[in-house]
Design a protein around this ligand. Structure first.
Ligand SMILES: C[S@@+](CC[C@H](N)C(=O)[O-])C[C@H]1O[C@@H](n2cnc3c(N)ncnc32)[C@H](O)[C@@H]1O
Length: 203
């Protein structure tokens, strides 16, 4: 989880208007866990690669909608976006950010509910389904992605050794994604202290 994500935008110019709107919602509710701008730019770029109309983008863990705003800012016309958030007040506030964007929906629920809106061309796992927390299984990308579809799992810390380690232990969650038999996956360095795993489902 990105602890200082919302604060990381302080003083940044040139943000997409929808991202600024989501940041206003995050700041007004003192929500600190938004994705960092480096991650947001990755999401915007990947969203632009989803063909529309009919393309589908999904996200688990909406927060206040900053990541979803980056996705929506990059998506082509006709692409549908849906994000699932378990906290009802966050889901309601984030839905308000996208009130005039009918192609973008925020759903209140558990992350597994995202399956009802797939399979996806692009799926961002940011609140559930990452496989990082004991008892929270990793999302089944063979079910949730179309063949060739892309999954993004962020908020990893660059390790510089193999197998990757975090907090002194082998980072099992990162290995799960990097070695997933249904994916071609790579680690993408976004900042000296931040990386994401991006994988595409094998055809
Ligand atoms: C890191 S924040 C999301 C940040 C947001 N995606 C962004 O890019 O700005 C994680 C969010 O996931 C939500 N969450 C955590 N576990 C969840 C679950 N099992 N199902 C749905 N949402 C969950 C939390 O309530 C929190 O709002």
């Amino acid at each position: 989880m990105t602890l200082d994500g919302t604060d990381a935008y302080t003083g940044l110019a040139g943000l997409p208007p929808l991202v600024r709107r989501a940041l206003d919602a995050a700041r007004s509710r003192s929500f600190p866990y938004s994705c960092r701008p480096e991650q947001g730019r990755l999401l915007q770029l990947l969203a632009g690669g989803v063909g529309g109309p009919g393309g589908r983008i999904g996200e688990t863990g909406t927060g206040m909608g900053v990541g979803l705003a980056w996705l929506a800012s990059g998506a082509r016309d006709g692409v549908r976006l849906v994000s699932v958030e378990r906290e009802p007040e966050r889901a309601r506030a984030a839905a308000g950010v996208f009130h005039d964007r009918p192609e973008t929906a925020v759903v209140h629920g558990e992350w597994q509910d995202i399956a009802a809106y797939g399979p996806f061309d692009l799926l961002v796992l940011d609140g559930g389904g990452q496989g990082k927390v004991p008892g929270d299984p990793a999302a089944d990308v063979e079910r949730l992605l179309v063949p060739g579809g892309t999954v993004v799992v962020d908020d990893f810390t660059p390790s510089g050794r193999w197998p990757p380690r975090f907090g002194g232990d082998v980072d099992r969650a990162r290995l799960h994604w990097l070695e997933h038999p249904a994916l071609r996956a790579v680690e993408v360095r976004l900042a000296p202290d931040l990386c994401a795993v991006v994988g595409t489902r094998r055809l």
